[in-house]
Design a protein around this ligand. Structure first.
Ligand SMILES: [Zn+2]
Length: 205
């Protein structure tokens, strides 16, 4: 498995962090007091506005990582042709650009939200990492090591549901993929995405 990062290398690619019409709400767990993020579902009224960058990428960066990927129609076609599993196409997301206060719809590329359904989890034993203070109510926990960037990550393949695209159950902000997806990204030169080795999930380049 590989760790897949949706990025904007050298800021040349466009990004749109805010999903308008589907704002996140911050709540607080009554049991442990930790802040909880409640993301509303992307709905019919949701749209994106380009916040920076020049070129339109195949993988568009936005802040709702984890459950969703925002990808171009090229990615949807490549994934469909090659029977990539672990996601479903939820809807098209209109993208706008602000030109001197006027909202213009971007028509060059159509973007879709993919909901990631595949799952895999870490092999915490091999990583010498433990979950501490697990909250019975919200499920939040602390890692036993504070500086996670020193930890080499490894997956427990018994927890893998065989999907090509997966979320890491213990760290749902990370999306990982199979060799097959990496080959397709390289072959078809899909842009706006970085691939990292399995051991580097906690290291951001
Ligand atoms: Zn809690």
């Amino acid at each position: 498995m590989y760790n897949l990062f949706v990025t904007r290398p050298s800021r040349s690619y466009c990004y749109a962090w805010t999903m308008h019409g589907a704002q996140h709400e911050i709540g607080e767990c009554a049991e442990c007091g930790r802040k909880t993020l409640v993301a509303s579902n992307i709905n019919e009224d949701s749209f994106l506005v380009i916040e920076g960058g020049k070129k339109l990428p195949d993988f568009l960066e936005f802040c709702g990582v984890g459950a969703y990927l925002l990808v171009s129609s090229t990615v949807v076609d490549v994934f469909t042709e090659n029977n990539i599993s672990g996601y479903f196409v939820e809807k098209t997301i209109p993208l706008f650009t602000d030109v001197k206060g006027q909202m213009l719809k971007v028509d060059d590329i159509q973007y879709y939200s993919l909901k990631v359904t595949g799952t895999v989890d870490f092999d915490l034993k091999a990583m010498h990492l433990k979950k501490k203070h697990i909250c019975k109510s919200c499920g939040h926990f602390d890692w036993s090591i504070q500086r996670l960037s020193i930890v080499d990550t490894k997956f427990d393949m018994d927890t893998w549901d065989q999907s090509d695209i997966c979320r890491i159950s213990s760290s749902p902000g990370h999306i990982v993929c199979s060799d097959k997806v990496v080959e397709l990204i390289n072959q078809r030169k899909l842009t706006g995405v970085q691939i990292q080795e399995e051991k580097d999930a906690f290291r951001i380049r």
